[in-house]
Ligand binder design. Structure first.
Ligand code: NAD
Ligand code: IPM
Ligand code: MN
Length: 355
């Protein structure tokens, strides 16, 4: 029996609802597998914790997380209680930085039974590799001048190491998939960082002559994801560009509530963290409307990472059986609750085990 220790951080808002759903699905997956145990430890960190303790997570929180095989996160943010820049930098981004989760991998593809808002969605299946440690998300800068003519400066930081790491990962991934990499750039409008990004992209591309490459400006790329998403395979993007493209990826799948993500520590020095692309959705929290598919698909990616790809695939297949039958939450045109969708996924998994 193999035991996996999973640190669970439900966080805020619908994070709690979709985490509970994904834990049910993972437990069912463990039952049908028979040879694994998922040992969840839930940590009550987040905005309520901040109100009580003045911190989003304890001082030694990162040390605690390092003891687990993996970290599974719901969503962070309750802007009514804690300003977003405090809650996110105190938890989500802190974990990404301190566990050195330098890559953020976010697939998007058509799922059975879920309508895309696009007029004629072809069978797209792409994956965004987002640089996850620096870029536009840097701490360099500040409000440098106060008074009526206030000035805020936000510096982008692009190191060769992190840029090359993300680009190289994208090429390695492309070799395993369709062998096509698109770089999201903006070297026509951004003077320093994006020409640098392009130069490194071209250098790495030269090492992979059999991989088809393209650099596309982020503005045009956003439009192409709407007009011809099926032409993309692996897309590599800076932190902010990748952030924006992946909500767009969720939207063209049918809802950002479906999109999954893996925050990877590529060296395996610390545990990786798995979280859906969406946030805590305060507008629907507590109403049983949250789509659990993003968190459940994320669980499937976590199982791939833990060396259980068949179990991960079984979970995703069960999700598609359920959506294919029309059992869906309201964001994708259904009338089912989070719990009903979750129960249907669990029963689809159990049925698989019987055959
Ligand atoms: P959001 O992703 O929470 O919500 C955007 C819209 O999508 C809302 O209308 C919401 O109802 C809907 N939605 C999101 N997930 C859904 C799901 N699973 N099922 C059905 N509908 C879903 O983004 P936001 O409104 O910009 O942010 C809300 C809070 O979440 C903020 O505090 C923000 O900073 C935070 N946030 C956290 C993360 C994270 O923890 N990874 C990611 C994004 C936003
Ligand atoms: C995401 C989120 C975060 C990001 C926010 C909440 C800081 O939007 O994971 O996509 O921008 O990385
Ligand atoms: Mn985002």
């Amino acid at each position: 029996m193999k035991n996996f220790r999973i640190a669970c951080l439900p966080g805020d808002g619908i994070g709690l609802e979709v985490m509970s759903a994904a834990q049910d699905v993972l437990q069912t997956a463990a039952e049908i597998h028979g040879g694994v145990v998922f040992d969840f430890t839930n940590f009550p960190w987040g905005s309520d914790y901040y109100v009580e303790n003045g911190l989003m997570m304890p001082e030694d929180g990162i040390r605690q997380l390092k003891e687990f095989d993996t970290v599974f996160l719901g969503a962070v943010g309750n802007p009514k209680l804690v300003p977003d820049h405090i809650s996110l930098w105190g938890m989500l981004i802190k974990i990404r930085r301190e566990l050195e989760l330098s890559l953020n991998v976010r697939p998007a593809r058509v799922l059975r039974g879920i309508d895309s808002p696009l007029h004629s969605p072809n069978d797209f299946n792409f994956i965004v590799v987002r640089e996850n440690s620096e870029g536009e998300y840097s701490e360099a800068g500040g409000v440098i001048h106060n008074g009526p003519d206030e000035i805020a400066v936000q510096n982008g930081i692009f190191t060769r190491k992190a840029t090359e790491r993300a680009i190289r990962y994208a090429f390695k991934l492309a070799k395993k998939r369709g062998s096509k990499v698109t770089s999201a750039t903006k070297s026509n409008g951004i003077v320093h960082s994006m020409p640098f990004w392009d130069r490194i992209f071209n250098e790495v591309a030269a090492e992979y002559p059999d991989v088809e490459t393209r650099s596309v400006h982020i503005d045009a790329l956003s439009a192409f994801l709407v007009t011809k998403p099926e032409t993309f395979d692996v897309i590599v993007a800076s932190n902010l560009f990748g952030d924006i493209l992946t909500d767009l990826g969720g939207a063209i799948m049918g809802s950002i509530g479906i999109a999954p993500s893996a925050n990877l520590n590529p060296e395996g020095k610390y545990p990786s963290m798995f979280e859906p692309v969406h946030g805590s959705a305060p507008d629907i929290a507590g109403q049983g409307k949250a789509n659990p598919l993003g968190q459940v698909w994320t669980a499937s990616m976590m199982l791939d990472h833990l060396g259980l790809p068949e179990l991960g695939a079984a979970i995703l297949e069960a999700c598609e059986e359920v959506t294919g039958e029309g059992i869906k939450t309201p964001d994708i045109g259904g009338t089912s609750s989070t719990e009903e969708v979750t129960a249907a996924i669990c029963s689809a998994l159990r049925k698989k085990a019987d055959v």
